[in-house]
Design a protein around this ligand. Structure first.
Ligand SMILES: N[C@@H](CCC(=O)N[C@@H](CS)C(=O)NCC(=O)O)C(=O)O
Length: 203
């Protein structure tokens, strides 16, 4: 099996961080998304949406979506458990995964697509959509900051997949997208620094 990957892209990085935390080694093949290699006819056969990461199994089955790929590896290697053990923990982890995806990555994605010069060649940008995305990102930063009050980890009292997903998401949004959290978001800053200091952050 192998994983189609691209170094600085946030979604493939989620999987690399997760696998590092689980102690799993994988084979990677680079798909240069800047050269639109994920949009070739051959790659669209693997993922009709054209994005990476994609996990290709030995029988040719292709699994896309970063969290689904992580879930596959968790099922294959249940320990260390990163998707939750007790029902409440499983649900909290799922809740935060969905929140990070829908209320952080999605609005920040609007800023990336409609407000960044690096994506200007892809479509006719709408500055109003970028502004909407920016406002919604800040709205979620406030919620995230409050949720992290007195907590080391977001969903549980231990490291989980939520951290593997949230770190590259936050790195992407605060750097490439250009929507940094505010100075008052001290809990996000502490969490961000702690997760960035883990060995897996370099995976
Ligand atoms: N929801 C997907 C998002 C996949 C995605 O958008 N990947 C980006 C890289 S971070 C990509 O391949 N962009 C290039 C493209 O879509 O052509 C996931 O979680 O894997």
């Amino acid at each position: 099996m192998k994983i189609y990957d691209y170094g600085i892209a946030p979604n493939p990085r989620r999987v690399r961080i997760f696998l590092h935390e689980k102690g799993i080694e994988a084979e990677y093949e680079k798909i240069d998304i800047r050269k639109r290699e994920g949009r070739t006819e051959a790659f669209l056969e693997k993922n009709p949406l054209g994005g990476i990461p994609v996990l290709e199994l030995d029988d040719g089955t292709c699994i896309s979506e970063s969290v689904a790929i992580c879930r596959y590896f968790e099922a294959l290697h249940p320990e260390p458990n990163l998707f939750g053990a007790a029902p409440g923990e499983i649900a909290e982890i799922d809740m935060w995964l969905r929140r990070i995806e829908m209320y952080l990555m999605s609005p920040a994605g609007l800023v990336w697509i409609h407000g960044n010069e690096l994506t200007a060649h892809l479509l006719e940008q709408n500055p109003g959509t970028a502004e909407f995305g920016r406002a919604r990102t800040y709205y979620f930063y406030d919620i995230l900051n409050k949720a992290l009050e007195g907590k080391e980890f977001l969903a549980s009292d231990r490291y989980s997949i939520v951290e593997s997903v949230a770190l590259p998401t936050l790195d992407f949004i605060t750097t490439l997208v250009g929507v940094p959290y505010k100075a008052e978001h001290t809990n996000i800053k502490t969490w961000h620094e702690m997760m960035s200091a883990r060995e897996s952050a370099n995976a």
